[in-house]
Ligand binder design. Structure first.
Ligand SMILES: NC(=O)c1ccc[n+]([C@@H]2O[C@H](COP(=O)([O-])OP(=O)(O)OC[C@H]3O[C@@H](n4cnc5c(N)ncnc54)[C@H](OP(=O)(O)O)[C@@H]3O)[C@@H](O)[C@H]2O)c1
Length: 264
C-alpha cells in the first residue's frame, strides 16, 4: 500500500512501480497486449502472457525477464482454469490480471440477427473475463492480499458502435463495464480492485481495416475531439495507474483514454 516516504518528501514514481508483482495479460500475441506486457516488465513485474498464437507469445516472453507464455483460448473454460493454475504454479500468485483478449464482430445489422457471431463475441469479450476475474480474485482473496483486475473495455462500452454496426462488440463491452462495477463492489473490502480501461481508436490488428481506409480515418478525426486516433504509448500511464498502488482508492471505475470521444 502507498506510504509517504520516510523523509517526508512526496514520492511520485514509486506508487506506480510493480516490483515483486505478478501480472497476467491475456491477448498478448498482438496489439495492446504486447505493449502492456512490456510496460509491466519495465515497471518491475514478472509477466505471464496468454493468447492462442503460441509462437508470438514465446517470442515476447523471451525478451522479458522471467516471463511465462501460456497458449490459451479464453473461450475454453478449462483452458482459462489451466492458465491461472500455471501462473500460480510458476510464481506462487497472481497480483494483476488484464482481461485484454478481445474480438469484434463483422458488420452485423440488428435486423439480420446473426446470433452465432453475437454469441461468440460475448463469449470472448465478456464471459471469459468473468471466469478469469473470478479465478484471479480467488487467489488474491485466498492469500488475504491485494490486487488489481483491469478489464479492457472500449468507448463502445459507453456509446453505440454506429456507423460500424457491431452490436455484439458494443453489448459485450457495455456488459464488461457493468461487470467491472459489480465485481468491484463485491470485492471492495477483500483486497481486489476492479476497473475498466476504455480506449478510443488505436491502430492494432483489430482496427487495421479502419486504419487502411481513408473514409474511416476521416470519421475518427471528425469524431475525436483531439482530431486523431490514440498512439500506442498513450495507454501506458492509464494501465500502470490502474495496476499499481497509485490507484489504491479507485475501484469500479471506467478510465476513458479516448481523446475526448465520449465527452462530446
Ligand atoms: N485497438 C483499438 O482501437 C481498441 C479500442 C478499444 C478497445 N480495444 C480492446 O483492446 C483489446 C485488445 O485489442 P487490440 O486492439 O490490441 O487487438 P488485436 O491486436 O487484434 O489483439 C487481440 C488479442 O486478443 C487475442 N484473442 C482473440 N481471441 C482470443 C481467444 N479466443 N483466446 C485468447 N486470446 C484471444 C488475440 O490473440 P490470438 O489471436 O493469438 O489468440 C490478440 O492477442 C480488445 O479487448 C479490444 O476490444 C481495442
Amino acid at each position: 500500500m502507498n506510504q509517504p516516504a520516510a523523509n517526508g518528501q512526496i514520492d511520485l514514481s514509486s506508487p506506480f512501480r510493480l516490483d515483486g508483482q505478478v501480472c497476467l495479460v491475456t491477448g498478448a500475441s498482438s496489439g495492446f497486449g504486447v505493449r502492456f506486457a512490456r510496460v509491466f516488465a519495465a515497471a518491475g513485474a514478472k509477466v505471464a502472457v496468454a493468447a492462442r498464437r503460441a509462437d508470438r507469445l514465446e517470442a515476447l516472453a523471451a525478451e522479458l525477464p522471467d516471463a511465462l507464455a501460456v497458449r490459451c483460448d479464453v473461450g475454453d473454460d478449462d483452458a482459462c482454469r489451466d492458465l491461472v493454475a500455471q501462473v500460480v504454479d510458476r510464481y506462487g500468485k497472481v497480483d494483476v490480471l488484464v482481461n485484454n483478449a478481445g474480438v469484434s464482430d463483422a458488420i452485423n445489422p440488428g435486423e439480420q440477427a446473426d446470433v452465432e457471431s453475437f454469441r461468440h463475441v460475448v463469449d470472448i469479450n465478456l464471459n471469459a473475463c468473468f471466469l478469469l476475474a473470478g479465478l484471479v480474485a480467488a487467489d488474491i482473496i485466498g492469500r488475504e492480499a491485494t490486487g488489481s483486475i483491469i478489464n479492457v473495455a472500449s468507448v463502445h462500452g459507453h456509446v453505440a458502435s454506429a456507423p460500424n454496426l457491431q452490436p455484439a462488440y458494443a453489448a459485450s463491452k457495455a456488459g464488461l463495464v457493468n461487470l467491472t462495477r459489480d465485481l468491484a463492489v463485491q470485492w471492495a473490502t477483500r483486497g481486489v480492485r476492479v476497473n475498466a480501461l476504455c480506449p478510443g481508436y488505436f491502430e492494432t490488428e483489430l482496427t487495421a481495416p479502419m486504419f487502411d481506409d481513408d473514409r474511416s480515418m476521416a470519421w475518427i478525426s471528425r469524431n475525436a475531439p483531439m482530431r486523431r486516433p490514440g498512439h500506442e504509448h498513450e495507454l501506458d500511464g492509464a494501465l500502470l495507474f490502474l495496476a499499481s498502488d497509485a490507484s489504491s482508492y479507485v475501484t469500479g471505475s471506467s478510465l476513458m483514454v479516448d481523446g475526448g470521444w465520449t465527452a462530446r
